[in-house]
Design a protein around this ligand. Structure first.
Ligand SMILES: Nc1ncnc2c1ncn2[C@@H]1O[C@H](COP(=O)(O)OP(=O)(O)O)[C@@H](O)[C@H]1O
Ligand code: SF4
Ligand SMILES: [Mg+2]
Length: 337
């Protein structure tokens, strides 16, 4: 990977003590995120996609130090953090902003929106905190000045999300990590938030890591996608390429579960079936094998390693699908934007 990346994880892992264990005799560690390598370049939107419980939020939080990684490296603009101490992560937080899944819970309920948005500038000791400047900032996120005098509980979900975006932009970060930024929003509000991200990317060359279980979001805004399964990236590559011809059986199955708007198109891949296995009880070999329609004997015993199948396209599978097998009709991806 290039060393110009605004933020990059190399083989980053996160383990947590298992819930419900006995604290005094030691609780066995559970691996939630396993050796994830992902780089976000300036002006690039990367979507991290996976079913609920696959470890996406844990990865996002560990990138900014809200959860301590158990192994691996984090690089900031080509420079490796010396360690995983809070001092190192203070540096990360000067370049990276995390947009929480539910922004209201991250706001101080006693502060007005105006002061919540201005706070990063006050903390950083730079940037204009005059009323006019904060109103400008809010307007860039689509918030009208009247809303700035409200308290967080006085905003709708979409308005709160916009306030969180304005706050994240208060000191323009090099990278924004947004966890499920469109979840629970009306379609029109979703489009507003995503278009705002595209504007921010284009104006400031901010990099984005958007965490989502919504493939339509990834298709619409991302330049690259990474597909996560049980804490591992199983496929990552250019969005247009992956949506046109997924190579990992899991990616193919996920795409097949997406509603197809065009009734003339027929499915060629089986949709993903079965429950997501738990990290408490990881399957042997390839962890997708109990759900994989293409699993063979080798898959049950041997874990596939990550290999490159095209420039900037990696996959973790012994028997990748041929591109010609999964080729899909061209659809509207925003990657040409
Ligand atoms: N202390 C813990 N004990 C057991 N499981 C945990 C613990 N902490 C997190 N998990 C599990 O880790 C998995 C990943 O969680 P998360 O990162 O929130 O996934 P996602 O954001 O993809 O939905 C979930 O299945 C969650 O239940
Ligand atoms: S390694 Fe085997 S089980 Fe795993 S995704 Fe590939 S074909 Fe399926
Ligand atoms: Mg999550």
């Amino acid at each position: 990977m290039s060393n110009r990346a605004v933020i990059e994880s190399r083989a980053l892992s996160v383990s947590v003590p298992r819930r419900g264990g006995l604290p005094f005799i030691g609780r066995p560690a559970l691996d939630i995120v396993v050796e994830v390598s992902l780089a976000i370049q300036p002006g690039e939107i990367v979507c991290l996609v996976g079913e609920s419980g696959s470890g996406k939020s844990t990865f996002g939080r560990s990138l900014v130090g809200l959860m301590k990684p158990s192994a691996g490296e984090i690089h900031l603009e080509g420079e490796m953090l010396p360690d995983h101490s809070s001092r190192s992560f203070a540096r990360v937080r000067r370049s990276a902003s995390l947009l929480f899944q539910d922004p209201v819970t991250s706001f101080d309920p006693r502060q007005r929106i105006r002061s919540i948005i201005a706070e990063p500038r006050r903390i950083a000791g730079r940037g204009d905190v005059s009323s006019a400047a904060i109103e400008n900032l809010a307007a860039s996120a689509g918030l009208v000045p009247d809303l700035l005098n409200r308290f967080p509980h006085g905003l709708s979900g979409g308005q709160a999300r916009r306030a969180a975006v304005a706050r994240a932009l208060s000191v323009v970060p090099k990278v924004i990590i947004a966890d499920e930024p469109t979840a629970g929003l009306d379609l029109s509000v979703q489009a507003g938030v995503l278009n705002l991200f595209l504007d921010i990317r284009d104006t400031h060359r901010t990099g984005f890591l958007i965490i989502t279980h919504n493939l339509a979001v990834a298709r619409h805004v991302s330049n690259r996608v990474a597909i996560m399964y049980l804490g591992r990236i199983v496929e990552a590559g250019p969005t247009a390429e992956i949506f046109r011809a997924p190579r990992h059986p899991y990616t193919a199955a996920l795409l097949a579960s997406e509603p197809i708007p065009d009734p003339r198109r027929r499915r060629t891949e089986p949709p993903v079936v079965g429950e997501v296995p738990s990290v408490v009880n990881r399957p042997s070999g390839c962890e997708f094998h109990p759900r994989c329609p293409l699993a063979r004997e080798r898959c049950r015993s041997e874990a596939p390693t990550q290999t490159a199948i095209a420039p900037d396209h990696v996959i973790r599978c012994h028997f990748p699908l041929e591109a010609t097998q999964t080729e899909r009709a061209e659809s509207n991806t925003a990657t040409s934007r």
